[in-house]
Design a protein around this ligand. Sequence first.
Ligand SMILES: Cc1ncc(C[n+]2csc(CCOP(=O)(O)OP(=O)(O)O)c2C)c(N)n1
Ligand code: SF4
Length: 286
Amino acid sequence: MSLETLRPSPAFKEFLPIEYKDLVEYGPYGNPKKVTDMGKFKEVIEEHPMCAGCAMTLFIRLTFIGMPNPEHTIVVGTAGCGRLAISQASVPFIYGNYGDTNAVASGLKRGLEVRFPNQKKDVVVMAGDGGLIDIGFQGMMHSWFRKEKFTTIMLDNEVYGNTGGQESGMTNQGKVLKMAPRGKFGEKINALGLAKVAGVDYIARLAPTNPARVARTVRRAIMVAREIGSSYIQAYTSCNIEYSIPTPDVMKDAFEIEKERYGFEEIISPRAKEYLDEIEKKPKKK
Ligand SMILES: Cc1ncc(C[n+]2csc(CCOP(=O)(O)OP(=O)(O)O)c2C)c(N)n1
Ligand code: SF4
C-alpha cells in the first residue's frame, strides 16, 4: 500500500467516509509523524475492541507512530489480544497460524525484496509472549539464526490474556494466575539473552512509560531490520484484567515494573551501531 494506492479518484471522493479522506489527507503516509503530534493527525489506528485502559493498546498505537514508512510496512501476527487492535490499523496485517509468524515473515520479506527491488518494504511480527516464546519459539529462534531481515515485537503481558489467564514462558516464577493456581513453576525466560545468543542485531526491552522512546526504539529496530539483520523488541504491556490492575493504575504499574525489573535496555551489534550512527547523524550546521 502506498499513498498513491490509497488516494481516491476525484469522482469517488465524495462517496468515501470521512475517516478515509482524513487518513489520505492528514495521515502519516508519506509524512511520518512524531509522538508529539499525537492528537493532531489521523492515526492509522484509532478504534479497537481491546479492554479499556489496556497498556498493550497504547504500545501498539505508539508502534504504528514509530514506523518509519507505514505505507510500505506489513505486520504479521497471530491469535492473542494484540491482534484485535493490530488488525484494525490501516496497515496490511497477516494473521499467521500459531507458531508460524516468523516463518511467514521470513518468506514474505524475501518475496518482497524480489518483487519490489526498488522499494524497501518493512515486515514486523507483533504477537504476544505466549505466541512467540512458547508456541512460536522454534520459528522465532530459527528466523534469528538465519538473520532474517524483519522485526519481531513481543507484547509481553506475562500471561495468555486472550484465553483467560494461563501462564506463559514469560510469566514470573511463582506467579498465581486464574489458570495457574499452583503458581508458575519455572523462571521467566530470558528472551533478550536468547536473542543475543542467536545474533540478533538490535535488541531492546522497554515499558510504554516514555512514548517518544517507544517510537524511537521501533524506528531503530525497523531500520536495522531493513538494512542489517534481525531485530527484537520486548515490551512490557500489562494485562490489567488477568493481573487485576485497576484501570486508573495501569501507568503507575508500568512505571513501577520498569523501575523494579523492566528497565530500558538496548543491545546493539557493532554493525548495527555503525549503521544507526550513520543514519541518525545530525546534518552539520553551516
Ligand atoms: C492453534 C491454536 N491454539 C490455541 C489457540 C487459543 N489461543 C488464542 S489466544 C491464545 C493465547 C495468547 O496468549 P499470548 O500470545 O500471550 O497473547 P495475549 O492474549 O496475552 O496478548 C491461545 C492459546 C488458538 N487460537 N489457536
Ligand atoms: S485481556 Fe488483558 S491484554 Fe487482553 S485486552 Fe484485556 S487487559 Fe489487554
